[in-house]
Design a protein around this ligand. Structure first.
Ligand code: PAF
Length: 282
């Protein structure tokens, strides 16, 4: 697997592949790879002839108080894992390559980026939309694969690609979980053994609440009970538990599920913030 760090070098490889008639699949990452990312690479490899993965810790999506400085980085290990999963090219630009001096353009996706993560991390989706738009322009893939673990991000990217006429198919890939159901995340590396025990209860609480929502229960009551259950399980703080429409994350006006839905949550264990979500079929 080759590595490139600059847009011209990336374009040279991509153009050669396109001239040979190969389709391109793309997986954007911030590195610190785990089996969840590798599942995205394998999905891209099923859908395209050549897979490109980016490894770029995107400063634009972190607020000043967040973990940009301490975000885990190990490019050599990432490269080995990507190659093993069938990736043909790693694109690992420096910050100055992605955001040259004088860059001022921003992207605001609107409604899908508001609420949930957008309410607690207001800078995040502007930063995600900007870097994903740039990456898609740079790589020019036919298909790009995103994890359902970051479900709101997937919805935001789908809307942006549609609204900006970016000719890439966006594919969502199911969350990969450990044997206890904990969604794999690079930030799980921050958890102590005790915190890991608590973290593993998040998916069970969401699944239980999802069953009640699917049975037609009142959403405000279900969300409040799940919030309490997470605190009782040992989470230090809960940002939100919410049941939303799967397609666009809008609220169910009637206060009960009446179509495809998703239950989503964000909760803290000490200084570590975990998110998870799952499908609800009424
Ligand atoms: O999901 C991530 O790792 C990031 O938000 C992404 C899509 C690579 C953009 O920086």
């Amino acid at each position: 697997m080759a590595t490139v760090r600059a847009v011209p070098a990336l374009r040279t490889v991509i153009s050669a592949w396109k001239r040979q008639g190969f389709t391109i699949g793309f997986v954007p990452t911030m590195g610190a790879l785990h089996d969840g990312h590798l599942a995205l690479v394998r999905e891209a490899a099923r859908r395209a002839d050549r897979v490109v993965a980016s490894v770029f810790v995107n400063p634009a999506q972190f607020a000043a108080h967040e973990d940009l400085g301490s975000y885990p980085r190990n490019e050599a290990r990432d490269a080995e894992l990507l190659a093993g999963a069938g990736c043909a090219l790693m694109y690992a630009p420096a910050v100055e390559e992605m955001y040259p001096d004088g860059a001022t353009t921003t992207i605001s996706v609107g409604a899908p980026a508001e609420g949930l993560e957008g309410a607690f991390r207001p800078q995040m989706f502007g930063g995600v939309a900007l870097v994903v738009a740039k990456l898609l322009n740079q790589v020019q893939p036919e298909v790009a694969v995103f994890g359902e673990k970051d479900y709101q991000q997937l919805i935001v990217v789908r809307r942006m690609v549609r609204d900006l006429d970016i000719p890439t198919e966006i594919v969502g890939s199911p969350t990969i979980r450990d044997d206890h159901g904990l969604a794999l995340s690079s930030r799980n590396a921050y958890l102590s053994e005790d915190q890991l025990e608590v973290a593993r209860r998040l998916n069970g609480v969401l699944a239980g609440a999802g069953v009640e929502a699917a049975a037609g229960g009142s959403l405000p009551g279900i969300e409040a009970a799940a919030h309490e259950a997470l605190l009782r399980a040992g989470f230090s703080h809960v940002d939100y538990v919410a049941v939303r429409r799967a397609e666009d994350l809008g609220a169910f006006e009637a206060g009960a599920v009446d179509g495809p839905a998703r239950i989503l949550a964000a909760a803290w264990l000490g200084k570590t913030r975990l998110i998870d979500n799952m499908a609800i079929q009424p």
